[in-house]
Design a protein around this ligand. Structure first.
Ligand code: NAD
Length: 352
C-alpha cells in the first residue's frame, strides 16, 4: 500500500467542438474586459478570428510567439500588454504561445485564458519557461496557471499529421512519467491511464484520416488528461533528457519527446513494473517501450535523434548534461545505462 498526498490544481475547462466561439462569454464570466491576444506568426488568422469574436473586449494582438519563449519576445509582449491596458491574455496556439501568456502572467499577474491547438499540455500546468542566451530557465508559479481553458477539437484539424502524432506522444510522455512519479497518487494514475488510452486509439485514426472529428476529439481529450498529470506530479528522466536535448542542441520539442520516450521507458522498465503494465495495457501492447516505439514508427513519426539533426559526437556531452542534476527517478542515473539509452535513441533502435 502506498500513502500519498493529492492536491489537484484548480482548473476550469470548457471542452466542446466550436468552443472558440465562447471566448467572449468566457471572459465575461471571469469579469475580464480587455484581452491581449497571443499567437505565433503562422496562426495570426486564428488570432484575428479571436479578435472578431471578442469585439470590444479585444485590446490588440501580439503575433510573434516562438518556441521556448525567448526573453526578448517575452519582454515585447509584456510591454505591449501594459501599453494596451490589457487585463488578461488570451493565448491561442500550442505550448509556445501558451508559454508566452505565462511569461506575461509572471510579470504582471494578468490572468491567462488558453485555447490550445496542439496536444503539448502547457495549459494545465503552472510551469513556465523563459530562454535567455540559449539557456531555458523553468519554474513553477501559481500565477501562470491559466484561469480558464477552452478545448476546441475543431482547431486541431489543421495540425499537420506528423505534428499531431509527435505532439500526441509528447502528451503520452507526461502520463507515462506520471504513472511512476515519486509524488504520484491514485487519481493522477487514473487520469494518466485514460489519457494514454485515448491518445493510443486516436493517433492511428488521425494518421489515416486527419479530419476524423471523433479522433480529433479523443486526442484532445487525452491531451487534457495527460497535461493535467504533468501539472500535478513531478516528471523524471524522460522529461529531463528532453529538456537537455531541446535546450542544448536546439532539437524540436514534440519530436524529441517522441524519439526519446521508448528508450527512457526501457531504462526504467525493470524499476517501475506496475507503471509499465499500465502503459502497455492502455496501448494494447505487450511491453511499454516497444508499444510507444511502434505507435510512433507506424504513424509516420521520427524514431531517431539522428533524423532530428543531432550529431553523434554530441551524445557524450548530452550524457554529461543529463547526469549533472540528480532528481527522483525509478532507476538511479548511471552513466553507462544513460549513454546506451542515448545511443539507442540516436540510432532509432526498437527497444526489445
Ligand atoms: P508549438 O506551440 O511551438 O507549435 C508548433 C508549430 O505548430 C507552430 O509553428 C504553431 O504555429 C503550429 N501550430 C500549432 N497548432 C496548430 C494547428 N492547430 N494547426 C496548424 N499549425 C499549428 O508546439 P508545442 O509542441 O505545442 O509547444 C512546444 C513548446 O511548449 C516548447 O517550448 C515546450 O517547452 C513548451 N511546453 C511547455 C509546457 C509547460 O507546462 N510549461 C508543457 C508542454 C510544452
Amino acid at each position: 500500500m502506498q500513502s500519498f498526498i493529492c492536491q489537484p490544481l484548480p482548473m476550469r475547462v470548457r471542452f466542446e467542438a466550436g468552443a472558440i466561439a465562447r471566448v467572449g462569454e468566457e471572459l465575461q464570466a471571469l469579469g475580464l474586459r480587455r484581452a491581449i491576444v497571443l499567437c505565433t506568426p503562422d496562426q495570426s488568422a486564428l488570432a484575428d478570428r479571436v479578435v472578431t469574436l471578442l469585439g470590444p473586449r479585444a485590446a490588440g494582438v501580439y503575433a510573434q510567439a516562438q518556441q521556448h519563449v525567448p526573453l526578448e519576445t517575452a519582454r515585447q509582449a509584456q510591454t505591449l500588454a501594459k501599453t494596451l491596458g490589457a487585463d488578461c491574455a488570451v493565448a491561442v496556439g500550442g505550448g509556445s504561445t501558451i508559454g508566452l501568456g505565462k511569461a506575461i502572467a509572471l510579470d504582471s499577474g494578468l490572468p491567462v485564458v488558453a485555447i490550445p491547438t496542439t496536444y503539448a499540455g502547457s495549459e494545465m500546468t503552472s510551469i513556465y519557461g523563459i530562454t535567455e542566451s540559449g539557456l531555458k530557465k523553468t519554474g513553477r508559479d501559481a500565477r501562470v496557471l491559466p484561469r480558464s481553458v477552452l478545448y476546441d477539437p475543431d482547431l486541431t484539424q489543421s495540425l499537420p499529421v506528423e505534428l499531431s502524432v509527435t505532439s500526441g506522444i509528447n502528451a503520452i510522455a507526461h502520463a507515462a512519467e506520471g504513472l511512476y512519479a515519486s509524488d504520484g497518487n491514485p487519481i493522477i494514475r487514473l487520469m494518466a491511464q485514460e489519457g494514454i488510452a485515448a491518445l493510443g486509439r486516436a493517433l492511428p485514426s488521425i494518421h489515416r484520416a486527419p479530419q476524423d472529428r471523433q479522433a480529433r476529439h479523443d486526442a484532445l481529450y487525452g491531451a487534457w488528461l495527460c497535461g493535467a498529470v504533468l501539472g500535478n506530479v513531478s516528471m523524471a528522466l524522460h522529461h529531463k533528457l528532453c529538456h537537455t536535448l531541446g535546450g542544448s542542441f536546439n532539437l524540436p520539442h514534440a519530436q524529441t519527446h517522441t524519439v526519446v520516450l521508448p528508450h527512457a521507458l526501457a531504462y526504467n522498465e525493470a524499476a517501475a513494473p506496475e507503471a509499465m503494465r499500465g502503459i502497455a495495457a492502455a496501448l494494447r501492447g505487450e511491453r511499454a517501450p516497444a508499444a510507444i516505439f511502434d505507435l510512433a514508427r507506424d504513424n509516420g513519426a521520427p524514431v531517431s535523434l539522428r533524423a532530428l539533426g543531432l550529431r553523434e559526437e554530441d551524445l557524450d556531452r548530452a550524457c554529461d548534461l543529463a547526469l549533472s542534476n540528480q532528481y527522483p527517478n525509478p532507476r538511479s542515473l548511471e552513466r553507462e545505462g544513460l549513454r546506451n539509452l542515448l545511443q539507442n535513441a540516436f540510432e532509432g533502435r526498437r527497444p526489445v
